[in-house]
Structure formats: structure tokens, C-alpha cells
Design a binder for this molecule. Sequence first.
Ligand code: ATP
Length: 234
Amino acid sequence: MEKILSVDRINTYYGKSHILFDVSLDIYKNEVLCLLGRNGAGKTTTFKSIVMLNKPVSGKVIFNGKDLNGLKPYQIFRLGIGLVPEDRRIFGPLTVRENLMLGARVGRKGVWNLDMVYKYFPILKEYESKPGGMLSGGEQQMLTIARTLMGNPDVLLLDEPSEGLSPVMVNTLKEIVLGLKAAGATIILSEQHVKFAMAVSDRVSIIDKGHIVYESSIEKFKEDLEIQKKYLAV
Ligand code: ATP
């Protein structure tokens, strides 16, 4: 298996608060890794550290053999790591299509283009001329994911994608993540929604108070009821 991304014992702070403690993760080509943890466990901070939005003070992030230290977030996006943030930063007044084209403009060339995106997200084709701000929360989540895909990332980081979505939308999201994996994507998602994580992931890492406390295959994790109870709200 080809390792694409390696997070090696990173420590990250907000001012004087030490948030991540020697966090390590390895991600292999075409797998879905889920970073599970409660509110405030450090999931978002881990993602921000990977793309240097919040630079780790020590430790390394190695992507396709390259040390990302010293690079700017936009350079990391161009190298091929696409972060879909929790707060769905779409451009409200721009149409769905314009939002998508922005992702293409700042990203790389590859298999993802408007036609591909519309195939995977038919709802976005239907609404392509609508302002993004008029879409529902779930549709905006789809738009944010699709916009990031337009930049043709090698690795997609999805920060709590199921948060605030209706059960129907969570189901759609599940189909999308599984579809992306089938198309060859490599994905790390952060989640608190254990059932959703189980339905889409190959492996799981649990983060608690800034420490990775558990790593396992999804099959083993499903049996580990004690672990689920201890670290997650199940
Ligand atoms: P959530 O589901 O709430 O997003 P999370 O697992 O993503 O949880 P983080 O957002 O990474 O957690 O937060 C980890 C810790 O860092 C928390 O204790 C949080 O209070 C703290 N924190 C997050 N952002 C900041 C910030 N901008 N300044 C100071 N502390 C922060």
C-alpha cells in the first residue's frame, strides 16, 4: 500500500494552550480514515495543522514524500490536499456554478471538472444558476465538497461532514463518500457520528484531549463497545 500522507508526532498550540500532543496519523492511497472524537477533542485543529492553517510547533507533516513545513495553505492545496472545513465557506451571492469554478481556478487539473461533479452531485446541476446562499445546509455541504473536488486533490479532508445534516442528507453523504472511494479517492474525515463513520471508513483513529488514544480497522472498532463508550458519545 502506498502511503500518501504522514502526520508524525505533531504538537500544536493556540497561543499558550497546548492542543495537540504528539498526534500521528498515516494515510494510504484509496482508503477512508476516520478521525473520531468528541467536541473539542482536537479534530479541527489536526486538519488545520495538516494544511498549515495552524502550524504545528514540532513534528512533521509529510505529503507524497514532501515535508510541508514552511508552506502556505494555498500551496498545500495546489500540491493536492483539499480541506473541506466544518463551517462550509461557500460564496453566498455567487451561483453554484461560479462557486464550483472558483475551486477549479485555484486548484489543479485532473479528472474532476463540472461534468464529473454534476454526475456525482445531480442536485448541484439542477441548482447551478442559483446563488449558493439559497441552498439548504445539506446542499451547501455538497457544494463545499464538490468545490474542493474541482481542485483535484489527492487527499480530501472532510471536517465533520455529517454535522447538522438531516438523516436523509447523511444517507446521501454516505453514498457520496462511498462513490468517491470507488472512484479512487483518498479521504480523511473527522466525525462524532459513529454510525456514519462505521458505514464509510476503512480505519479509525480516536482523538481525545489532543491525544490519539486508539487506532484500528473498522471491523475491530465495531466490536470494541467499551472503547466506543469511553471516548465517544454513543
Ligand atoms: P469540534 O467538534 O468542537 O469542532 P474538535 O475536535 O474539532 O471539536 P478543535 O476545534 O480542534 O476540536 O478544538 C480543540 C481544542 O482547542 C478545544 O479545547 C478548543 O476549545 C480549543 N480551540 C479551538 N479553537 C481555538 C482557538 N481559535 N483559540 C483557542 N482555543 C481554541
